[in-house]
Structures are given as structure tokens and as C-alpha cells.
Design a binder for this molecule. Structure first.
Ligand SMILES: Cc1cc2nc3c(=O)[nH]c(=O)nc-3n(C[C@H](O)[C@H](O)[C@H](O)COP(=O)(O)O)c2cc1C
Length: 195
């Protein structure tokens, strides 16, 4: 692997600062991406239904090859949460009470391996949109993959059929405190420019 340089490639002129496109400010998009954090403590107030609808509506704009719309979101009500807690068992159940709003995100599978792989990626993008859009509204989020949603009992508790792959139990709510950013690998470790 060739190390990344500060230039995109030797022939390219230095890139100018990104300019706003329409009403989208590149600076604000960048700030949202950099400052979104995983929160594990939330205030008790659930995310209002209209805000939740905005987040899940935005998720539809994830990139999606062949426009298969593979993402599925199930917002847990009190009965579904109780079923999930029972399936999780007493120790794991308490962790399901951390956030006031829980959304199961899954990917509808077609049975075609290439499409399913791409749809899984698209669904991950959709889940990320929910987290980023929540952050943009001052809400805290957490992408969690608890063991219970890999079990038959857990899947049944939230009505996940065999033809859906569990992706995330998205936790949402108001933040309790600011979170520091965990370190990321330097860009040179993950980027190479090929001849
Ligand atoms: C596919 C996926 C699964 C994750 N599952 C968990 C999880 O089960 N438990 C957890 O504590 N964090 C989980 N996370 C969150 C990461 O731990 C978190 O994004 C990482 O620590 C970086 O922190 P940040 O989101 O604040 O930048 C998951 C993230 C992704 C993308």
C-alpha cells in the first residue's frame, strides 16, 4: 500500500474548500459527521412521534443500488419491549431500558447473494442517516447489536421474519452528557492512492 499524501494525486491541483450546494452547508455536514457520538445514557423522555417520523423518512434517502428499499424499521412500543426483555433474560434486560426510544433496523433479504450484500450496505447507510439526523436535532443515538436480536426468541419478540437480517437496535433519546470522541486511525493507515 502506498501512503496517502495530503494531495489527492500528484496531477491534481490543491482542492478548494467545499462550497455550499443549494442550502446544504459543507461545514455543517462535516461538523455533524465529526461530532456525532455513541451515547449510552439518555434522559427518560421518548423521541416525539413527529421527530421520529422525520428521521425514518430521511433514512429512505440512503444510497441504494436498484432502489430495492431494503431497510425496515420497527419502533418498539411497551409490549414489544417487554417481550424483548423477557427473551433477553434478566441480566441483559436492564440494558434495554437505557434509551426511551428503541428502533429495530433490519434488512429485507431477496435470496440473491449479490443483492443481499448490497442491500445490507444500503441498510447500514440508512441506520447511519437516522443517527446523524438525530444528532442534527440535538438527540443522542447509539447503534447497538445486542445478542438477543441474534436469537430466535429475540427475533420473534420483535416480529423479525427469516427473510430479514438484523442490523441495529437503534437507541434514541435526549443526551445526558457530552461524549468525547474515541480515537480514529490516521487517514494514512486506511487510504492508499494507486498508480
Ligand atoms: C455495526 C455496528 C455495531 C455496533 N454494535 C455495538 C454494540 O453492540 N455495543 C456497543 O457498545 N457499541 C456498538 N456500536 C457502536 C460503536 O461501538 C461506536 O460507533 C464506536 O465506539 C465509535 O464511537 P462513536 O460512534 O462515538 O464515534 C456498533 C457500531 C456499529 C457500526
Amino acid at each position: 500500500m502506498k501512503a496517502a499524501s495530503s494531495r489527492r494525486c500528484d496531477e491534481d491541483p490543491p482542492s478548494p474548500r467545499p462550497q455550499p450546494v443549494g442550502s446544504v452547508s459543507a461545514v455543517e455536514v462535516e461538523a455533524a459527521i465529526r461530532t456525532r457520538r455513541t451515547h449510552k445514557a439518555f434522559r427518560p423522555k421518548p423521541v416525539p412521534r413527529d421527530v421520529l417520523e422525520e428521521l425514518l423518512d430521511l433514512a429512505r434517502w440512503a444510497p441504494n443500488h436498484n432502489l430495492t428499499n431494503p431497510w425496515r424499521f420497527r419502533v418498539l412500543g411497551p409490549r414489544a419491549l417487554e417481550r424483548l426483555k423477557r427473551a433477553a433474560g434478566p441480566e441483559a434486560a436492564s440494558k434495554l431500558d437505557r434509551a426511551p426510544t428503541l428502533v429495530v433496523c433490519s434488512c429485507a433479504l431477496s435470496g440473491d447473494p449479490v443483492q443481499d450484500e448490497e442491500d445490507l450496505h444500503a441498510t447500514a447507510c440508512a441506520a447511519y442517516i437516522v443517527l446523524l439526523a438525530a444528532h442534527a436535532r440535538g438527540l443522542a443515538g447509539y447503534w447497538r447489536t445486542p445478542e438477543v436480536l441474534r436469537s430466535e426468541q429475540g427475533r420473534e419478540a420483535v416480529g423479525l421474519p427469516d427473510r430479514e437480517r438484523f442490523v441495529s437496535l437503534i437507541h434514541l433519546g435526549e443526551p445526558v452528557q457530552e461524549k468525547g470522541a474515541p480515537e480514529r486511525a490516521a487517514v494514512e493507515q486506511t487510504v492508499s492512492y494507486l498508480d
